[in-house]
Design a protein around this ligand. Structure first.
Ligand code: FAD
Length: 291
């Protein structure tokens, strides 16, 4: 099933993201993801997306194997991530063929981070090039990433929105946002998108802060701002692992409730291979998401 059909329903979509193992052939690798899926299945997500780790030896196999397990064993719609910076056309063709053979209908088309060693080829300079290529070479629903507080490489919000419009016009059906902690920033971003004529559904990416260190890492990597409220939480509870985890979960729940109250089109939960935390967040918001 194409996820674009899900978004046609008049209700918020709820999805989760899981990491494939670094080495799918390592003992216990599949079981670890299945332990996460056992929990996620209980909360009935609309779809589960599977990341792609270009740095791992057999990234393609890991992502596609886990996506197939999610589809066949759990009967949940998978979305596979495909970052193109380290790929060329031949490798993308191979991925698309294997994805089709595995019964996968949805691809999150990404440029990916540019490796320090440089690009493998310039076949896909931006994600929009990959979107156009997939559109022309396969029957997939294509999703894309977006950045409510701007992509770290973008000089300003305007050029980021212009680039996003190009990506959507190339054939992107839905967008999943980078994580953020300031709902107002997300809502203003959605307004800017609509003003620019970007009218596809936009899911809000939510990741709970579970330690002071993880908050620092998340903001460094993603250029996401920590609102004063969350900074105070980290200052007050950051030294107490149990307290900061509970406070981070409560903050994420509060964000989700507020987004749903403002009619967000979807919530995408970054589970970080931590099904216990994902379950707490989902159980606290389950009735609200489906209300
Ligand atoms: P693009 O949309 O190409 O944007 C990259 C930069 O180029 C931006 O600054 C943009 O403004 C600019 N740009 C784009 N098009 C143009 C244009 N035509 N002219 C001028 N400038 C332009 N990475 C992984 O390796 N694996 C994953 O599984 C993965 N999953 C992700 C999931 C989500 C939801 C998100 C938000 C990110 C994910 N990433 C993943 C990270 C992503 O690969 C990086 O953020 C990467 O740096 C950008 O990818 P993109 O697809 O957003 O790129």
């Amino acid at each position: 099933m194409k996820t674009s059909d899900l978004f046609k329903q008049n209700r918020p979509i709820f999805s989760c993201e899981v990491f494939p193992p670094r080495d799918i052939d390592a003992p216990g690798a599949e079981e670890k993801v299945c332990a996460t899926m056992d929990v996620l299945k209980e909360v009935d997500p609309d779809f589960v997306s599977v990341t792609y780790r270009p740095s791992s030896g057999n990234a393609q196999k890991s992502t596609l194997t886990i996506a197939k397990i999610i589809k066949d064993r759990y009967n949940v719609e998978p979305v596979v991530h495909l970052p193109a910076a380290q790929l060329n056309r031949a490798l993308v063709d191979d991925f698309l063929k294997k994805a089709k053979d595995a019964g996968i209908d949805n691809i999150l088309a990404l440029r990916g981070d540019i490796p320090k060693t440089g690009r493998v080829s310039d076949d896909f300079h931006y994600a929009s090039d990959l979107v156009a290529y997939i559109k022309a070479h396969g029957d997939f629903n294509i999703m894309g990433a977006c950045y409510p507080e701007g992509h770290p490489e973008s000089p300003d919000a305007l050029s980021d929105i212009k680039a996003l419009k190009t990506k959507v016009d190339a054939g992107t059906s839905e967008l999943i946002s980078q994580l953020f902690f300031d709902n107002t920033a997300f809502e203003k971003f959605v307004e800017r998108c609509r003003f620019a004529g970007i009218n596809v559904p936009i899911e809000a990416g939510i990741m709970p802060v579970l330690s002071a260190k993880s908050a620092q890492r998340m903001t460094e990597m993603s250029k996401t701002q920590l609102p004063d409220k969350l900074q105070n939480v980290i200052k007050r509870f950051g030294d107490n692992p149990d307290a900061i985890r509970d406070a981070g979960i409560a903050y994420a729940v509060d964000q989700i409730v507020d987004l749903l109250a403002h009619n967000v089109q979807g919530i995408h939960l970054y589970t970080m291979d931590n099904p216990a935390v994902a379950a707490k967040i989902i159980n606290a918001t389950r009735n609200i998401i489906r209300a």
